[in-house]
Design a protein around this ligand. Structure first.
Ligand code: ATP
Ligand code: MG
Length: 328
């Protein structure tokens, strides 16, 4: 089954072509340069930029996949969550192609896409498993019993992990997007400052990062000469400890021995290292998608669409964008 998938939920335009599980091409046009001077994503500019590049990206993606448009069996696009103007570009484009070619269409939940990124590299993962989904807008722990049977057992009570990285990076004067920049800065610092550990009670599976953010803000105000590298390393160490401890606690409480970590923050090398050490200590299996599939991309949307298509879960062309779509 040949799938052409589109991802345009935020500020990256992604187009991928898959032949069943095999990714034939996965192209991403970043809008970082457009939004950097504003310090964050400007929704109207994001939507316009998607519109300008999507057709060209499809041509390139098909060319790289050595595939003709009429060989595509299924068109797939992200339906939500995300910025409505941005979502509408990919969604309308995919629906238009479906209508013109009389093929099938699958509307994909972006979060389900993040989750399926791990199957692109590790198709052998067996249910049940615990998922930590950590991205720009979400921080959730899910218990996956099967493809369709899953429940959320932990979530952030305020900021998402990626959002916290971005906000602290901004406070440190780093450029947008902040997560990777903060990781770079932290790698040359020492985690010498003891910021408070949020919701450290061993029975709570929820996260909370806004108090940590406030502590960093006050610390910077009161210690203007502190090395920024050490502030970054200390903040990163607390947030990673919280993510890893709660995730492995969830696995223990649910009596599950496989852990999967996905989403943009999962590309953080310090998080990967800390989680790997914890998995070895607790004798659990641990999987991450390759870094290129952690942040937004269309291959993960295509992979989730493949699962849906295999189950006959095609979408109607009346499917609309859902900016606040959840996973459960
Ligand atoms: N190496 C890294 N370390 C920490 N955070 C990172 C790293 N790389 C990316 N991030 C963060 O991941 C987020 C982007 O991830 P992703 O693309 O999955 O989020 P999103 O699509 O904006 O949000 P969502 O998927 O929740 O709708 C940003 O907040 C970014 O700062
Ligand atoms: Mg995302």
């Amino acid at each position: 089954m040949i799938i052409a998938a589109f991802e345009s939920s935020c500020d990256d335009t992604g187009v991928a072509v898959l032949d069943d599980e095999r990714v034939l091409s996965n192209i991403l046009a970043s809008q970082t340069d457009i939004h950097a001077r504003f310090g964050g994503v400007v929704p109207e500019l994001a939507a316009r930029s998607h519109l300008e590049s999507i057709s060209f990206l499809l041509d390139r993606s098909l060319e790289e996949a050595d595939c003709k448009i009429d060989q595509v069996d299924v068109f797939a696009a992200t339906v939500g969550p995300g910025l409505v103007g941005s979502l509408l570009v990919g969604l309308s484009f995919a629906k238009g192609l479906t209508l013109a070619s009389r093929k099938r269409f699958v509307g994909v939940n972006h979060l389900l896409g993040h989750l399926h990124a791990v199957f692109l590299a590790f198709p052998q993962i067996q249910y049940p498993f615990i998922v930590l989904l950590v991205s720009g807008g979400h921080s959730e722990i899910l218990l996956m019993k099967s493809w369709s049977n899953f429940s959320r057992i932990g979530r952030t009570r305020d900021d998402a992990a990626g959002e916290s990285f971005d906000k602290i990076a901004r406070m440190l004067g780093l450029s947008y997007p902040g997560g990777p920049e903060l990781e770079k800065l932290a790698s040359s610092g020492q985690a010498s400052i003891s910021f408070p550990r949020p919701l450290s009670d061993k029975t709570i599976l929820d996260f909370s990062f806004s108090g940590l953010k406030t502590s960093v803000l006050y610390y910077m105000r009161d210690n203007p000469h502190e090395k920024k590298e050490d502030i970054a390393a200390s903040f990163q160490s607390v947030i990673i400890d919280s993510l890893v401890e709660k995730t492995f606690l969830a696995a223990k409480l649910c009596e599950v021995s496989t852990v999967v970590i996905v989403g943009g923050v999962a590309s953080n090398a310090a998080l990967r290292e800390r989680a790997r050490a914890c998995a070895i200590e607790k004798r659990m299996e641990l999987f991450f998608p390759p870094a290129e599939y952690c942040t937004d991309n269309a291959a993960m949307i295509g992979r989730a669409a493949l699962e849906m298509a295999r189950r006959g879960a095609y979408s109607d062309l009346s499917e609309n964008a859902v900016p606040f779509l959840g996973l459960v």
